[in-house]
Design a protein around this ligand. Structure first.
Ligand code: GLA
Length: 515
C-alpha cells in the first residue's frame, strides 16, 4: 500500500511537470471594456520552469520557476525599477487549466487594480513552448551602439516656463482651447512674466498617412496654422509623443518613425517636445532606455530647428545620471502629480531629495507640472506649491484654465519675486536644511543659493500654524546684517541681523531672499 502511494505521487509529480509545458492564456475585461490577455509560455525541464509571462504591454522572462506536483511557482523581475521589482506567482494545475495567484512585493503601492490579485484561470491554447509576441510586443529596431553622451543643445539655461494642456484638459484639449489659452497667456501678463511655451500634451495624434507621416486628429485640423498663431502672439509651442508604439492615452506614437516625426514637428513649427515612455516598455529593455531617448534627441537636432527636449519616464533608472547625456533639457523625477496637497507635498518635499546634484543650466529635474488654479488645494497650499517648485529650480508649466484665472491665482503664478528665484541664473537647485517641529518633523527649512544671495523657504507641513526661526548661518548667508526680503508679503524685513522668527500658517510658507 505504502509503495503504491509513493508510486502514485511520483507519477503525479511527473505528470504535473510534463502537463505544464505549453502556451496558456487568461482573458479579463479591463475597466475600459477592452479584453486584456495574459499569456504564460512554459518550458519544463525536470522540476524547472523557464519561459515567458506576457501581458499586452510587456513580456517578462520567467525566473526561478519550479514545479512540485500540481503546484508551481515563478517570479518576474521589473528591471525598469531600481532595485528591480520582483513579483511572485503561485499556480495550481488542474488538467487543461491552472489557477494563478499574484503575490505583490511587500511595500508595493496599494493602487486601485494593483493589489494582490485573486486567482486567475489560464487555459491551455497550444503545446507550443516558444513565445510568439503579438504586434504590440514585437521589437523591430536595430540594437543600439554603446551609449555615448551627446553635447548639450545649449537651450533652457533656466528652467522652462509655460503652460501645458494635460492637468486641466487631458483628452479635451483642441485647437480652439490652445488658441484661447495663447490669447489668455498674453492678456493675463503670463507671457511677459516668462511663461513662453504653450505645450499640447497627449491626444492630438491621428493616424499615419500612406507614407508613414504622423497626422493630427480631428480636434486639430491644421497644426502648422496653430503653431503660426501661437508664434504670432510672441509665444512658442510644444508637442508630445512617446518612444513606444502608443502614447499613454493610447494614441499613435513614434516607435520606428523617430526622424520622420521630428521632421513633421519641425515643419509644423514646433519648439518643444515632451517624450513620454509609456508603452516603450513593450519594445525596449531597461538598458536601452537612454539610447531610445537619445535617438529622438538626435532626430530633433537633425531637423536644424531648436527644440527643448523634455524626458518623461517618471524618474526610472536614476534618470538624473544620464538624462542630460541622452540630450534632455529636463526629465520627470516622479509619477504624475494630482491636484491635492498630499500628492504635491509628497512629490515636492519628499521625492526630490538627492536629485539636486543633477540639475543645472540646460538640464533640470522636473517634479511635474503645476496644479495652481485647478481648485484642489487652498490658496495657501498653491503658494507653497509655487514656492517649493521655485526652490527646486523646477520647470514652471502652469496647468490651469488661463481664460478664467481669478486674481488670487494670478497673484501666485505671476509673483515676479518668486519667479526670479526659480529662474536664478546660477541654476543651483535648493535643498532642505532641516525638518523638525511638534508634529513629527513637519516644519521644513529650505535654502537655495542664488547668483546673489540665498533664497530661504520656511515651510509648515503640519495641521497647525507654527512659529519658525531660521539662523542665517544655517542657510549659508555670510554677509553681516543682510538685506532680508519677504517674497510673498513683498516687503523688506528689518531687525533680522542674524536670524528671523515668523509665524507660518498650516500648509503655508514664508519665502525670503537674503543678500
Ligand atoms: C503620462 C504623463 C502625463 C501625461 C499623460 C498623457 O501619464 O506622465 O504627464 O503626459 O501621460 O497621457
Amino acid at each position: 500500500m505504502r509503495r503504491l502511494v509513493f508510486c502514485g505521487l511520483t507519477f503525479a509529480m511527473f505528470a504535473g511537470a510534463a502537463d505544464l509545458a505549453g502556451t496558456w492564456q487568461n482573458e479579463q475585461q479591463g475597466r475600459g471594456g477592452q479584453i486584456n490577455v495574459t499569456t504564460c509560455v512554459f518550458k519544463v525541464d525536470g522540476n524547472r520552469i523557464t519561459g515567458t509571462y506576457a501581458t499586452t504591454q510587456r513580456a517578462f522572462d520567467i525566473e526561478n520557476g519550479a514545479v512540485d506536483g500540481a503546484t508551481f511557482t515563478f517570479q518576474t523581475s521589473d528591471g525598469f525599477q531600481t532595485p528591480p521589482r520582483v513579483i511572485e506567482y503561485k499556480g495550481t494545475l488542474n488538467g487543461d487549466q491552472f489557477e494563478l495567484t499574484t503575490v505583490m512585493p511587500a511595500g508595493a503601492p496599494a493602487r486601485a487594480g494593483r493589489g494582490p490579485q485573486g486567482p486567475r484561470t489560464f487555459k491551455r491554447i497550444s503545446a507550443d513552448v516558444v513565445f510568439h509576441p503579438g504586434p504590440e510586443l514585437t521589437r523591430t529596431h536595430q540594437p543600439f551602439p554603446p551609449f555615448q553622451p551627446i553635447v548639450p543643445n545649449g537651450f533652457a539655461k533656466t528652467p522652462p516656463m509655460g503652460w501645458n494642456s494635460w492637468n486641466k484638459f487631458a483628452e479635451r484639449v483642441d485647437d480652439k482651447s490652445v488658441r484661447e489659452m495663447a490669447d489668455a497667456i498674453v492678456s493675463s501678463g503670463m507671457r511677459d512674466a516668462g511663461y513662453i511655451y504653450v505645450n499640447i500634451d497627449d491626444t492630438w495624434e491621428g493616424k499615419r498617412d500612406k507614407d508613414g507621416n504622423i497626422t493630427s486628429n480631428q480636434k486639430f485640423p491644421d497644426m502648422k496654422a496653430l503653431a503660426d498663431y501661437v508664434h504670432s502672439k510672441g509665444l512658442k509651442i510644444g508637442i508630445y509623443s512617446s518612444p513606444g508604439r502608443k502614447t499613454c492615452a493610447g494614441f499613435e506614437a513614434s516607435y520606428g518613425h523617430e526622424q520622420q516625426d521630428a521632421n513633421t514637428w519641425a515643419a509644423w513649427g514646433f519648439d518643444y517636445l515632451k517624450y513620454d515612455w509609456c508603452s516603450a516598455t513593450a519594445v525596449y529593455r531597461p538598458d536601452e532606455m537612454k539610447s531610445a531617448y537619445q535617438k529622438m534627441a538626435n532626430a530633433l537636432r537633425a531637423t536644424g530647428r531648436p527644440f527643448i527636449y523634455s524626458l518623461c519616464q517618471y524618474g526610472l533608472l536614476s534618470v538624473g545620471e544620464w538624462g542630460a547625456a541622452a540630450g534632455g533639457n529636463l526629465w520627470r523625477t516622479t509619477g504624475d502629480i494630482s491636484d491635492n496637497w498630499r500628492s504635491m507635498s509628497s512629490i515636492g518635499f519628499d521625492q526630490q531629495t538627492g536629485r539636486e546634484v543633477y540639475a543645472g543650466p540646460g538640464h533640470w529635474n522636473d517634479p511635474d507640472m503645476l496644479e495652481i488654479g485647478n481648485g484642489g488645494m487652498t490658496t495657501t497650499e498653491y503658494r507653497t506649491h509655487m514656492s517649493l517648485w521655485s526652490m527646486l529650480a523646477a520647470p514652471l508649466l502652469a496647468g490651469h484654465d488661463v481664460r478664467t484665472m481669478p486674481d488670487f491665482t494670478r497673484d501666485i503664478l505671476l509673483n515676479a519675486e518668486v519667479i526670479a528665484i526659480d529662474q536664478d541664473p546660477a541654476g543651483i537647485q535648493g535643498t532642505r536644511v532641516r525638518k523638525d517641529g511638534p508634529d513629527g518633523a513637519t516644519l521644513e527649512v529650505w535654502k537655495r543659493p542664488l547668483a546673489k544671495g540665498v533664497a530661504v523657504g520656511l515651510f509648515n507641513r503640519g495641521p497647525e500654524n507654527a512659529q519658525m526661526t531660521v539662523k542665517w548661518s544655517e542657510v549659508g548667508v555670510t554677509s553681516a546684517n543682510p538685506k532680508v526680503r519677504d517674497l510673498w508679503a513683498h516687503r523688506d524685513i528689518a531687525n533680522a541681523a542674524t536670524e528671523y522668527t515668523v509665524n507660518v500658517p498650516s500648509h503655508g510658507v514664508v519665502m525670503l531672499r537674503v543678500e
